[in-house]
Design a protein around this ligand. Structure first.
Ligand SMILES: NC(=O)c1ccc[n+]([C@@H]2O[C@H](COP(=O)([O-])OP(=O)(O)OC[C@H]3O[C@@H](n4cnc5c(N)ncnc54)[C@H](OP(=O)(O)O)[C@@H]3O)[C@@H](O)[C@H]2O)c1
Length: 247
């Protein structure tokens, strides 16, 4: 799996920025083909430029909450590269507010992006990879779903990312006999454009290690999972100790 020019294909949602872009960059460098998704075509085109306009990276723009977009991603992957070996569900958003301040719009945005954004591509991957008797599904969730923090009130992110953590284990069991691995990586605070300028400094003071993570920290966990043939149904925290307990 970790050999250069491996000619395997990954679909990565949220590939135009932050963690999803870093995963895409690492996979392309290792010889994987990647079909990337995000809502905004020009951000995906900018990602393609950063990747040197390699033919190993193609993209499909669209809201991943729309099942037609998941279908288009699989169709493109199979037409261009012949198969889908890896799905990384990374598209996401973060809205931290006290419970009373959340709006229906906040709720719908996170349900759509995170829950539907997992469900439709994972459903296609489950069928396709089961038929191939091989594959990896990796969900990027969040450590806050396992260790809430009163100083970062975020009930809706916990609700949806906690749902994906539960679905990761359930789907891992369902697909285990088909040789399809399903795992999650649960980042703590990672320095990406997800956060408003200045917010990362605030979060640094809340971390047990006094540090926030980098996209490389998350990529390393993803590559570990992709290189593992006997690991499925786990949620790997990459959070500088935030889920270890109270600090
Ligand atoms: N950074 C952190 O501290 C942190 C911590 C815990 C968990 N995470 C999780 O890590 C994942 C990546 O976060 P990040 O920090 O890399 O964020 P980011 O830099 O803001 O990137 C988010 C990506 O998702 C895409 N996206 C957002 N909504 C989408 C939708 N409905 N359909 C398709 N694409 C969509 C964005 O592109 P468009 O805007 O063009 O659609 C972008 O490519 C998310 O699931 C997030 O919840 C991040």
């Amino acid at each position: 799996m970790n050999t250069p020019s491996c000619n395997r294909t990954a679909i990565v949602t949220g590939a135009s920025s932050g963690i999803g872009f870093a995963i895409t960059e690492a996979l392309v460098a290792m010889g994987f083909n990647v079909v990337g998704n995000g809502r905004t075509d020009y951000r995906l085109a900018a990602a393609a430029t950063l990747l040197g306009n390699t033919p190993r990276f193609v993209h499909v723009a669209g809201d991943i909450a729309d099942p037609a977009v998941a279908n288009a991603l699989f169709k493109k992957a199979i037409a261009e590269f012949g198969s889908v070996d890896i799905l990384v569900n990374c598209a996401g958003a973060f809205i931290a507010k006290p419970m009373g301040d959340y709006t229906e719009e906040d709720l719908n945005l996170l349900i759509n992006t995170v829950l539907k954004g997992f469900f439709y591509p994972a459903q296609l991957a489950a069928t396709h990879m089961s038929e191939n008797r091989a594959g990896h599904i990796i969900n990027i969730t969040a450590s806050i779903a396992m260790q809430p923090n009163v100083r970062v009130p975020s009930v809706i992110p916990a609700l949806v990312k906690g749902g994906i953590n539960a679905a990761t284990r359930a789907l891992a069991l369902e697909l285990a006999a088909h040789n399809v691995k399903v795992n999650a990586v649960a980042p703590g605070v990672i320095d990406t454009p997800l956060h408003e300028p200045g917010a990362v400094e605030h979060y640094r003071a809340l971390a047990p290690s006094g540090a926030v993570g980098t996209t490389k920290d998350v990529v390393d966990a993803v590559l570990y999972l992709l290189g593992s043939s006997f690991v499925t149904g786990i949620i790997v925290p990459v959070d500088g100790g935030s889920t270890a307990g109270v600090w």
